[in-house]
Design a protein. Sequence first.
Length: 179
Amino acid sequence: MADITHGTWIKDGKAVDAVYQSGVKVYGRNLLLNSNFSSGLDNWAVNAGTNADCKAVVTTDSSGDACVHITGTGNLCGLYCYPVSFNQNQVTTGSILVKGTGKICWVGLENRPASNFGTILTESYSKIGSTMPANSSTNAFCIYFNPVDSVVDVYIKLAKLELGSHATDWSPAPEDILK
């Protein structure tokens, strides 16, 4: 059984970055602080890209979870979080739960190829993510949107960035648990 001690997951007395059950990865360390937004936008910043007007507020959705409500117009409305630092070509997977109106521009590491460009959002939460290699200059996890036929109006919750090529269920960063 894994538990958390001093910001590290411990299993059988050893620090681990992943936990497996029956050969399936069930825990990947979340590298993002305050990724459930329960402390507001701590460690996160609002992005208003070129010709954009973007507002983000933390609220509670119909399921009772804290989420960020983003509204705006223009290119690259969204959020980013740093510092995130990796070794060259280290594979990472970023994911969020998101719903609303607009189009995904980016969910993943800054300045890296993302596979989710162009996904149009719906009224139900969907898990959106991408796997990409990091580089030594990567320092932000980005969640950006573009309007489709109207303003961006999205809800984001449970952001996760982890090492590896498989998105696991959301878990908080160990540092958040220790607060």
